[in-house]
Design a protein around this ligand. Structure first.
Ligand code: FES
Length: 137
């Protein structure tokens, strides 16, 4: 319990996740969730500990029309912070992202991008994705 470092800075530690903890913030909702790296229960959609997996675990709406199989772009997110804590992009993700609307340099597919080390990550869900309404046929 008394494992805190004695520092004189009152601001440096305020928003930092604890040791081996991952903190993910979803914008624009501003919802922040935290869990221990490597301990997130896998929810069977996308890659384990992917941004999609984090979203599903925490009841955050992130569309995943293809079930997390890198076959659509509905799980598109923009990485605003913490790219260094994420898996590098593989060819199939890059190929699929080419078809995404509003493609940016920080675009990733939520189902493919995995958290590979503890720390802080901030992602934004594009508006067109947030407002996406599934039509039943
Ligand atoms: S859910 Fe379809 S590509 Fe991610």
């Amino acid at each position: 319990m008394a494992d805190t470092k004695t520092e004189n800075s009152s601001t440096a530690t305020a928003e930092m996740p604890g040791e081996n903890m991952v903190q993910v913030t979803f914008l624009p909702e501003g919802k922040t969730v935290e869990f221990e790296h490597g301990k997130l229960p896998y929810k069977e959609h996308g890659k384990p500990e992917s941004i999609l997996d984090v979203a599903i675990n925490n009841h955050i709406t992130l569309d995943h029309a293809c079930g997390g199989n890198c076959a659509c772009t509905t799980c598109h997110v923009w990485v605003k912070e913490g790219a260094e804590n994420l898996s590098p992009m593989e060819d199939d993700e890059a190929d699929r992202l080419d078809m995404a609307a509003d493609l940016q340099l920080n675009s990733r597919l939520g189902c493919q991008v995995q958290i590979v080390k503890p720390g802080k990550v901030v992602v934004e869900i594009p508006a067109w994705n947030r407002n996406y309404v599934s039509e039943e046929h």
